[in-house]
Design a protein around this ligand. Sequence first.
Ligand SMILES: CC(C)(COP(=O)(O)OP(=O)(O)OC[C@H]1O[C@@H](n2cnc3c(N)ncnc32)[C@H](O)[C@@H]1OP(=O)(O)O)[C@@H](O)C(=O)NCCC(=O)NCCS
Length: 206
Amino acid sequence: MSSINVRPYTLDDFEGLLDVQKEAFPPPFPEDLWWSRDQIKAHVTTFPEGALLAELDNVVVGSATSLLITYDGKPHTWEEVADDGYIQKSHNPAGDSLYGIDLCVRPSYRGKGIAGALYEARKETVRKLGLKRFMAGCRIPNYHEYAKHLDVDSYVKAVEKGEIKDLVLTFMLKQGLRPLQVMSNYLEDEESLDYAVLVEWRNDQL
Ligand SMILES: CC(C)(COP(=O)(O)OP(=O)(O)OC[C@H]1O[C@@H](n2cnc3c(N)ncnc32)[C@H](O)[C@@H]1OP(=O)(O)O)[C@@H](O)C(=O)NCCC(=O)NCCS
């Protein structure tokens, strides 16, 4: 069995990272939200500890990008928290929370623990930097299948109870992340009806 290797990414990894994005975020997800070379360059220069990829047999199969913020409880959009994917204006080196702005795994490599390994690395970063928490705006890509009959809060509760499986939120809950609030107009995301659930994992060493 090959083992998953999680390591910081550099600009040299751009092509592999873009391939993962293309496969993980196919239409109707907007192409202009896939990473550009300039954005990857900005991640590795602004906060290299937050720029992680996972590889299997030297193939890039997943990535997870984060920055530091100070959480103030207010709802926000992806564009605001991620500085439209560049993190330069939104990254606060003195922040108390690691905030994930990207998590993706190639479809043919899913269910093998790759995102789980990236999450372990994120938790380790929270512990190492002595931060309060990890948080992220979690997509709910299966919500569009239920939206006719369920409002978004009821959908999130049903996923929490295990009555509905959501590709991303079910995964996040398994990682020990807990919903804090539902945010509307978070990201142009047809499948999630532009909603995201702000989820949190508290540093278990504090
Ligand atoms: C969410 C995502 C990153 C999970 O990646 P992953 O590498 O499949 O995650 P893991 O293998 O660590 O865990 C996936 C869970 O899904 C389930 N699963 C099993 N086989 C699966 C498959 N073929 N495809 C998807 N999920 C599967 C398992 O229940 C597994 O849980 P387990 O730990 O109990 O086994 C991935 O589905 C993805 O890239 N989605 C699209 C991009 C996206 O929306 N990202 C989130 C942005 S907020």
